[in-house]
Design a protein around this ligand. Structure first.
Ligand SMILES: Nc1ncnc2c1ncn2[C@@H]1O[C@H](COP(=O)(O)OP(=O)(O)OP(=O)(O)O)[C@@H](O)[C@H]1O
Length: 263
């Protein structure tokens, strides 16, 4: 079991986190403790602040205010310690397009300081499990959206991080690839590691995550074990709609011209 996966251990501790872009407050005072060894979903409507929060938690974006600790290390005071312990699949993932998938993993492994033989071994296994072995010598520029997500996931897992952060890992991914990614992530969390991923696909979050945080308008609206957040609602989707106030929105007067055919 990894250091972060002890019972009751906290993988991520966020305190008083704020981020403003001009007039727009993207993250408005987030406090959150994410337990280690769980499959955690960060859910919220478009523009809720999920990507901004994940970017600040992973050291990609400096907060205006607040602190973030990952497995006990401050992200901004101790970035090297944190970066060695986390894997990140960011939104709008940028990859080295002129490398093949295999070369990308070899390069990532060396950047992470792993010995060449170990990188080879891990890369071969990851390419196999993620069903990319047949495309390993193709240039990344020629990869499909799903293949890019999978090679990005392989690169994020290569150094066996304690906590893995994934921004919309299933977006644009077909059901077969989604099932493959899911299998890899389930295997990874079963070994005691923590996955934190953002999504607005509630069915997916409900079936995958044992812990969720619901975000809307830059704040955390609810968090805890998935069953507790769902409460008495028939589904997480329904609980989510109630939490973010979407059920109260009146759409009856909008789009009254829309009907297809009637002009
Ligand atoms: N670089 C930026 N400059 C200006 N505004 C930004 C920037 N990044 C995010 N925002 C704004 O901050 C708010 C939160 O955006 P964010 O991308 O974090 O939300 P999200 O929950 O990830 O949304 P989605 O599910 O649509 O990806 C939005 O109003 C967005 O327009």
């Amino acid at each position: 079991m990894t250091e972060g996966a002890r019972v009751g251990a906290v993988a991520v501790r966020v305190q008083g986190l704020w981020k403003r872009f001009g007039e727009q407050i993207a993250v408005a005072g987030v406090d959150l403790e994410l337990p280690a060894g769980r499959f955690i979903g960060l859910v919220g409507p478009n523009g809720a602040g999920k990507t901004t929060t994940l970017s600040m938690v992973t050291g990609l974006l400096r907060p205006d205010q607040g602190t973030v600790e990952v497995v006990g290390h401050d992200v901004w005071r101790d970035p090297t310690e944190v970066k060695a312990r986390i894997g990140v699949l960011p939104e709008g993932l940028r990859l080295f397009e002129r490398l093949s998938g295999r070369e990308l993993l070899a390069y990532t492994g060396r950047l992470r300081g792993l010995p060449g033989t170990e990188v080879d071994k891990r890369a071969t296994q990851l390419l196999e499990v993620l069903d990319l072995a047949g495309s390993q010598h193709k240039l990344v520029v020629d990869y499909s959206t799903g293949m890019r997500k999978k090679i990005g996931l392989a690169a994020a897992l290569l150094h066996n991080p304690e906590v893995l952060f994934l921004d919309e890992p299933f977006e644009g991914v077909d059901p077969v690839s989604a099932q493959t990614i899911r299998g890899v992530l389930e295997r990874y969390t079963a070994s005691g590691a923590t996955v934190v991923f953002s999504s607005h696909v509630m069915e997916l979050v409900e079936s995958l995550c044992d812990w969720v945080a619901v975000m809307a308008a830059g704040r955390i609206r609810a968090h805890g074990p998935t069953a507790d957040v769902r409460g008495t609602a028939p589904s997480l989707q329904q609980a989510f709609l109630e939490l973010v106030g979407a059920n109260d929105r009146d759409t009856s007067t909008h789009l009254d011209w829309l009907g297809g055919g009637a002009r």
